[in-house]
Design a protein around this ligand. Sequence first.
Ligand SMILES: [Zn+2]
Ligand SMILES: [Zn+2]
Length: 120
Amino acid sequence: MIDCYCPYCFVGLDIAEICPDGHLDRADSYDMKCPNCAKDIEIEVEKNPVYYANKIEYHECMECNKDFRLEYDLIIPPKKYADIAPFDVMLCNNCYWKLFYEDMYGENWKGDANVKTCTI
Ligand SMILES: [Zn+2]
Ligand SMILES: [Zn+2]
């Protein structure tokens, strides 16, 4: 069963398989190396509903330069930004989906990218 995905190589991680000793039952988080790309990753476990109050983060969109509210920790970067580490690709929803559809349907895609709009 795939429990989560490596934030670097996106391979699916089966925690029961990687961590058969039940370590995660005793800890809230567990540092390990991804079995696929060998990068250090932290597996976080949520056992009960937990509420977190986080700062709202705003970032400047690399496409339209508007500030937007960061909602996703991880996106698969569009081809245009494929050379940049996924965490550093800052795109508002609108621009992300526009590029996403351009990647899928080509440069001349003229559809409506307004699936979602910028928060600001
Ligand atoms: Zn990996
Ligand atoms: Zn944008």
